[in-house]
Write a protein that binds this ligand. Structure first.
Ligand SMILES: [Zn+2]
Length: 108
């Protein structure tokens, strides 16, 4: 069971990498920072804001797994949701398509 200790949207002071799409979050950009913990340890997840907004779709796709979702879960969700014949709403399909564009883009 994972719980969220804190969830903030700070401004980056140094470059960070989004855990989900791997883009570089540049100094001065706002990003999403979550501190998570299970029974044994705590860790920090940093993501770009679009990936943070897509998190709800990824979690729903994976039926809200207790262990959370990672880069592989994002990628599989996006691959399926972005297909023209998928179940996804236009909003979700756009989120999936832009995720794939970020992940495959040059801004690494
Ligand atoms: Zn991202």
């Amino acid at each position: 069971m994972i719980s969220e200790i804190s969830h903030t949207t700070p401004t980056a002071r140094k470059p960070h990498r989004c855990f989900a799409c791997w883009v570089t979050i540049q100094p001065g950009e706002t990003y999403d920072r979550s501190v998570l913990a299970d029974y044994h340890t705590a860790w920090t997840i940093k993501s770009c804001l679009p990936c943070s907004e897509a998190m709800q779709f990824v979690q729903a796709y994976w039926e809200w797994p207790e262990e959370g979702v990672g880069e592989e879960e994002y990628h599989e969700w996006a691959w399926h949701a972005s297909r023209a014949d998928s179940w996804a709403t236009e909003e979700e399909r756009t989120a999936a398509t832009t995720y794939l564009n970020r992940r495959n883009g040059e801004n690494k």
